[in-house]
Design a protein. Structure first.
Length: 421
């Protein structure tokens, strides 16, 4: 006990110098430290504690009420969250990403318990967080159209909920744009709060999101909406939303090799050709279509002017020329089909951004904008390269040693007959 007081005074020296200290202990520390017969370490500790004002008091009996008061003062009180007001609507949202595509589910519950269910089918390549944000944005827009003034938003994505609440920062450029959009829409409501719930408590929205991502049949009582483009302008600095590379100067001047006229707009596996002179701007999975296209259908172009009729040509894998090593990339560009292996699927999806289809032939766009033809690597080339490497390896030492050997023969240190051998 004496060493404990000495150690405390050593570590808390400023407090012992500034304030009087009261030590409560059952042992008679005052008599032990103040004894004249103390020697050894006890005497040393007594000399070190002498400059401080220390009062020693014996420990008395503790009343039972004192313990109860201590527990009440320091125990953390658990309060149940207040029940939502009768005027608050509740919205559960969730996003889903499957091999077949993206989807989102929204469930709006009125104060009386009536439920409105919505399913989104997202027809562009993006991450699962983008699907979660699209569900939240469209749910808030639906609530705004219904005239709801107070709403509680429940989601099982901790990232989306924390970023929308302002607790977390958004490092991704697209996530920052989505967060800004959510804050703008939520400013319309008199009360809007974002809450995180476990996945088990969000099962209805999760089921609707899976229906949208797997493209299943829509159940009765569920509204369907197809989303063809994101709610924000995708940032080229982020890869959370797939953005086809914009054609540069070399790509924009690439004329139709088939001699046909028209302007080609990008799209996965299709080419849209409008009558009239123009240029072709192929994107990933887009074919510049000229004469000879057999499968065509009519569509309407989106423009502020009166709608014009355009021709849409759909290609199949058999109609496009591509080597064997590029078949997975071709399947992804034409039919959005990926390999079963997850690592191979990611590799194909990343490499496909540099490839496009021009005149029914798979080509690769280089960093300088030049289109390169994809060819099959023949076995003769591989064998010739191998033999060239072998010959180089065998002749290089002889060519390297010949000047030295010639100098040794000239100086007489090496007989000429040995060099012939």
């Amino acid at each position: 006990m004496c060493y404990g007081v000495y150690f405390a005074a050593k570590k808390l020296k400023p407090y012992f110098q500034e304030h009087p200290i009261t030590v409560v202990c059952t042992a008679p520390l005052a008599e032990i430290i103040g004894s004249r017969d103390a020697s050894g370490r006890v005497a040393k500790w007594a000399i070190a504690l002498a400059p401080y004002t220390i009062f020693y008091q014996p420990r008395t009996a503790i009343k039972s009420q004192a313990l109860a008061d201590f527990l009440v003062d320091w125990a953390e009180t658990q309060y149940l969250p207040p029940a939502p007001d009768s005027t608050h609507w509740r919205m559960h949202f969730d996003g889903s990403k499957m091999r077949t595509g993206l989807g989102a589910g929204i469930v709006l519950t009125s104060p009386k318990g009536d439920k409105l269910k919505y399913t989104l089918q997202i027809h562009f390549a993006a991450s699962n967080n983008v699907a979660e944000y699209e569900a939240l944005v469209h749910g808030l827009r639906l609530a705004k159209e219904l005239g709801i003034r107070r709403i509680l938003c429940y989601g099982d994505s901790d990232l989306v909920v924390q970023q929308s609440s302002g607790d977390w920062d958004a490092k991704d450029a697209n996530m920052a744009s989505y967060r800004l959009l959510v804050q703008q829409i939520s400013g319309y409501f008199e009360g809007c709060e974002f809450l995180h719930v476990p996945r088990a408590d969000n099962d209805q929205a999760d089921a609707l999101a899976r229906i949208g991502s797997t493209r299943q049949a829509i159940p009765t009582g569920v509204s369907l909406q197809r989303l063809l483009k994101p709610s924000i302008k995708p940032s080229p600095e982020s890869d959370s939303i797939f953005v086809p590379p914009a054609p540069d100067t070399a790509g924009s001047n690439w004329r139709n090799p088939a001699g046909g006229t028209g302007t080609s707009t990008t799209g996965p596996g299709t080419a849209v050709v409008a009558p009239g002179p123009g240029t072709s701007e192929p994107g990933p999975g887009t074919a510049a279509v000229g004469p000879g296209t057999t499968t065509t259908q009519e569509a309407v172009a989106d423009s502020p002017n009166p709608p014009a009729r355009v021709m849409v040509a759909t290609l199949t894998e058999e109609e496009v020329t591509a080597p064997s090593w590029a078949q997975p990339i071709l399947k992804f560009l034409v039919s959005r089909e990926l390999p079963a292996d997850e690592i191979s699927a990611r590799l194909v999806q990343r490499r496909a951004t540099a490839y496009t289809i021009i005149n029914r032939e798979l080509v690769k766009r280089s960093v300088t904008g030049v289109f390169q033809r994809c060819v099959e690597l023949k076995k003769e080339w591989q064998s010739s390269k191998t033999s060239t490497k072998v010959n180089a390896a065998t002749t290089q030492p002889q060519d390297h040693l010949w000047p030295r050997l010639s100098a040794m023969v000239s100086s007489g240190r090496l007989p000429w007959r040995m060099l012939k051998k």
